[in-house]
Design a protein around this ligand. Structure first.
Ligand code: GCU
Length: 683
């Protein structure tokens, strides 16, 4: 349960080299719940890592008898305490500065937050530095988060089940009620805060309207109270038809005055119960969810009604861009689910209120093992945007397979959209609001943690939750940095452990991709149901539109402007030009963008079919090799974790053979083309 906040013992001499004093006392200047958490955390971390029991003080006079202090507070509090420490340059909201200052006899470690949250994030950062055994001499570190919205979404249902959750039941709900015991909710908020996450949406995007009933809001307020000491704001997914479903109105048309009035009253009621409520998430007109299209209204019209109700309270609306028709006509060669996000939203650019954020999944389909970035990121210039990433491994092995998703997220965030007139237009800068100078934006991660001791099932899957938070804080961080930070915090600084775990993590996405979804075709899994295990055929001949369009001659969706669905034309010209031609299109997205014969040759001249055979064999072999690599860590990581991971890696090695054989045999039968290494079909 401690996850990466393990606070393993470190070598104190490295952190406080000769001549640097280790503090005895933490002086907390503010009384807010968040600052109390921050000081408590310092206490906890010092005890675990340095075996130092810090004295907790709130009385500056008392504390000043001690000369070796950590001082924690907001910039204002610090300046009031010692005017000489006042900063000229103000810190950014939620940011912090960490300093070591020697003043006369005093040796101070100063954790200065722009605000209370900043102080808490500063404390966690200081503890991370200690965990990594970084020397704290001449410390001067100024940081601030990249964007205001850094939230997780939890797809929990009131009955305690979790949609696409793979780690046990809900930490919030049980049998229709909010749990009595909020200890896991509180611990979760602590974990989130430790990586700078400041919001959490507690219920399924396929929202149950009953959660907005007055008696339920009173219960939900207990969850918000558990989050509050860690600066995590609670938010709710709402169903658009709530005014009808629980409000007994005859309509939920967003433009009906009684509907707007109902939402205003409901939002006021929410804020009475939860004064620091963050806002709402809306999934509408998608996969059967009610929405404004039923009344001929647009997503902007619907979002704004909520936005206006939330505005006086400082709340925001996250309106999901995941709007598509799941009854597409398979026989129509122009039909294309990937087009839907852009088609539905880009004409609405500029029509959303300024406290609305359009929440866009990284890819245009649905969290596949490989997708291009959604063209919608570049399609909205006058609208706030957030990127939605999936931490729970729905299509990526459901926490039974090891997949470190940070490198995948980085490929999306680091994509330059080539917006015309801009030198750079990286997705990461678009969603933080920098590119188009938007006031707001951010990062949303669908986490779906459960009651499982390891929160996500697979102990190594926690690197994904950690990585999501770190990227939301600073999307420029590299995958290797994030993986190594997580490994050190979780398992300590042993060089062998670091090298084995980092290698496992950093190779894992590629390995999984090799045996599940080649060349951007999508995850070749069961598309209709559980989204687990091989199910190649299931993508085809249905309305869901995750088609791979494989026949006896070739495979792939033709999304070109010239002959296909025109999807590629949704990207800015520079990027569209790259995807449109076979020559320029990167191999890893080939089958997403083009339909080609199996005999088509990739950039290295290998045929598509041989690539499919080879990568499936290579991927399964690489999955098997993970097992002996992990086995070298027996005795070096906690036993229970060792065996939990080992069990899963063994399973993965076996399941990757199932994947390999299912996929290669299917393509062998389909194409009739022999494997030039003679492996396929010879059993
Ligand atoms: C996926 C997932 C659903 C979920 C949906 C969403 O399609 O399978 O369970 O509801 O995404 O993001 O809304």
């Amino acid at each position: 349960q401690a996850a990466w906040l393990a606070y393993n013992a470190v070598d104190a001499q490295r952190v406080f080299p000769a001549g640097t004093a280790m503090p005895n006392t933490v002086l907390r200047l503010g009384d807010s719940a968040v600052e109390i958490s921050a000081a408590d955390e310092l206490h906890r971390g010092f005890e675990g890592m340095l075996h130092r029991i810090l004295r907790l003080d709130t009385d500056a006079v008392q504390a000043s008898k001690d000369h070796d202090l950590i001082v924690i507070g907001t910039a204002k509090e610090i300046a009031a305490w010692r005017p000489s420490l006042r900063e000229k340059k103000p810190l950014q909201p939620e940011g912090f500065r960490l300093r070591s200052v020697v003043a006369g006899k005093d040796s101070l470690l100063i954790v200065e937050g722009a605000d209370e949250r900043g102080a808490l994030y500063g404390a966690f950062t200081l503890l991370r530095m200690i965990a990594e055994e970084r020397p704290l001499t001449q410390l001067d570190d100024v940081e601030a988060p990249s964007a205001a919205v850094r939230w997780t979404n939890e797809w929990d249902n009131p009955d305690g089940s979790i949609e696409r959750g793979y780690a046990g039941r809900s930490i919030f709900f049980d049998k229709g009620d909010v749990r009595q015991d909020m200890s896991r909710a509180r611990e979760y908020a602590r974990l989130l805060a430790s990586v700078g996450i400041n919001g959490c949406t507690i219920n399924n995007v396929n929202a149950d309207p009953s959660l907005l009933r007055p008696e339920k809001l009173a219960e939900i307020a207990r969850i918000a109270a558990a989050f509050r000491p860690y600066g995590v704001k609670l938010s709710l997914s709402i169903a658009m038809n709530s005014p009808q479903a629980i409000g007994r109105l005859s309509t939920f048309d967003p433009l009906a005055p009684e509907v707007a009035a109902w939402w205003r009253a409901k939002v006021d009621e929410i804020y009475k119960a939860i004064p620091d409520f963050g806002g709402v998430i809306i999934k509408a007109d998608s996969e059967g969810q009610p929405g404004p299209l039923q009344y001929g209204r647009t997503p902007a019209e619907a979002a704004n009604v909520l936005a206006r109700a939330l505005k006086p309270h400082g709340g925001v609306v996250l309106y999901r861009g995941f709007v598509y028709n799941h009854h597409l006509d398979w026989h129509d060669p122009k039909a294309d689910r990937a087009r839907a996000g852009y088609d539905n939203f880009h004409t609405l650019d500029g029509q959303f209120d300024d406290n609305v954020i359009v929440q866009i999944k990284n890819g245009p389909i649905d969290f596949q093992v490989r997708e291009p970035v959604s063209p919608l990121f570049a399609g909205l210039h006058k609208t706030n945007e957030a990127i939605e990433l999936q931490i729970t491994q729905e299509y990526t092995g459901q926490q039974r397979h090891l997949v470190f998703l940070v490198p995948m997220w980085k490929t999306a965030l680091d994509t330059d959209m080539h917006v015309s007139g801009m030198r750079y237009s990286m997705v990461r800068d678009i969603v933080t609001g920098r590119t188009f100078r938007r006031p707001m934006g951010g990062f949303v991660g669908v986490a779906n943690v459960g009651l499982d001791d390891y929160w996500l099932g697979h102990p190594l899957a926690m690197a994904n939750l950690y990585g999501f938070g770190r990227l939301a804080w600073d999307p420029v961080l590299s995958s290797a940095t994030i993986s190594d930070e997580w490994t050190r915090l979780t398992f300590g600084n042993d060089a062998d452990v670091r090298s084995v775990v980092d290698t496992l993590l950093l190779n894992s996405w590629h390995i999984y991709e090799e045996y599940t979804g080649p060349l951007g075709v999508g995850t070749l899994t069961d598309i209709i149901g559980v989204h687990y295990g091989p199910g190649i055929e299931s993508a085809e001949r249905n309305g869901w539109g995750q088609w791979i369009r494989a026949d006896h001659n070739g495979i792939g969706m033709d999304r070109t402007v010239a002959t296909g669905t025109g999807y590629i034309g949704q990207y800015p010209a520079g990027l569209a030009a790259e995807y449109e031609t076979l020559k320029a299109c990167p191999d890893e997205l080939l089958l997403f963008m083009h339909h080609v014969p199996y005999t088509y040759r990739l950039h290295d001249h290998k045929t598509v079919i041989q690539y499919i055979y080879d990568t499936h064999y290579a991927g399964a072999t690489a999955a098997a090799v993970q097992v002996p690599a992990w086995e070298t860590l027996e005795g070096k990581v906690p036993d229970r974790t060792y065996f939990e991971v080992l069990r899963r890696l063994n399973y993965q090695a076996g399941h990757s053979l199932v994947w390999r054989d299912a996929v290669v045999n299917w393509f062998h039968r389909m194409s009739g083309i022999a494997d030039d290494k003679g492996r396929v079909g010879n059993y």
